[in-house]
Design a protein around this ligand. Structure first.
Ligand code: SAM
Length: 274
């Protein structure tokens, strides 16, 4: 009964379901938001351990099965809505109380995992942690360290804001139907911000994407791609990279997250960023 296009691969392995709950460190005081409960296998495990679970499910065809799985639990609220269209802070206020923060748990279709996580990062003050199943390859990109093949704009943007770790890998056999790709559970938690911060988060994210636009070119070339190639701009870029002690042929993947922040802030000070 899985609906095409909604990426419905249902988790059926009880050990994996329990490990997700353990990874999310759900206790009886916790408010939990689940995204995409499907037929409710994970929802049930969450409800057993949490104070209350609010679950967003977009597909109304699944609701009868979902209610049937969960009919023994009184601490679950199903919201039949696309989570990307929901006003999450408002839902949290209404369902859990103002000033409450929640733990988010999700096993989503893989094509919307990244947009949903990026969206959640913007509601960041109400979210304590996110535990999410994703394609192993994307999990590796999010957690990658500099000078590795997987390190790119996604790694920098995520790690600048959050602590992110792969908790464990999940075999294809844990799902019905089996997905084509390997999966991983990752955990995203609040990062204590020390060092300097981007002067503007949205602009920082655009800047980082620009720096990785052409992976095989040097950072210097990518910066010209972002800002332009006039003599004056080239001169300004040169000054910024020299100030940071970066060589002409430095590659974007060699820079740490902190170096990207510094580079972006320096480019802004030089008037390069509109
Ligand atoms: N969590 C269940 C499990 O582990 O068995 C179901 C996983 S299935 C991969 C993803 C679920 O997310 C489906 O039930 C799908 O209908 C739902 N879904 C997809 N897009 C959604 C969206 N934008 N908002 C809410 N739910 C969504």
């Amino acid at each position: 009964f899985a609906k095409k296009g909604l990426g419905q691969n249902f988790l059926v392995d009880i050990d994996v379901l329990r490990r997700i709950v353990t990874t999310a460190e759900i206790t009886e005081d916790d408010s939990v938001v689940e995204i995409g409960p499907g037929i409710g296998a994970l929802t049930e495990q969450l409800a057993k351990n949490a104070s209350k679970v609010v679950a967003f499910e977009i597909d109304d065809n699944l609701l009868p099965v979902l209610y049937d799985t969960l009919h023994d639990y009184s601490n679950i609220k199903i919201i039949n809505q696309d989570v990307l269209k929901a006003n999450l802070p408002q839902v949290i206020d209404e369902e859990f109380g103002t000033n409450k923060s929640v733990k988010v748990v999700a096993n989503l279709p893989y094509y919307i995992t990244t947009p949903i996580i990026m969206d959640l990062l913007h509601n960041d003050d109400r979210i304590e942690s996110i535990v999410v199943m994703m394609q192993k390859e994307v999990a590796e990109r999010l957690t990658a360290k500099p000078s590795t093949k997987a390190y790119g704009s996604l790694s920098v943007i995520m790690q600048q804001q959050k602590n992110v770790d792969i908790a464990f890998l999940v075999s294809k056999d844990s799902f019905i139907p089996s997905p084509k790709v390997d999966s991983a559970i990752i955990k995203i938690t609040t990062k204590e911000q020390t060092g300097s911060q981007p002067f503007d988060l949205k602009k920082f994210q655009g800047f980082v994407r620009g720096c990785f636009m052409h992976r095989r070119k040097s950072l210097y070339n990518n910066l010209q791609g972002i800002f332009g190639k006039t003599a004056e701009i080239k001169e300004n870029i040169k000054e910024v990279t020299t100030e940071m002690g970066l060589s002409d042929n430095a590659r974007p993947e060699e820079l740490t997250v902190e170096e990207f922040v510094e580079l972006c802030n320096r480019c802004n000070t030089k008037g390069l960023i509109a």
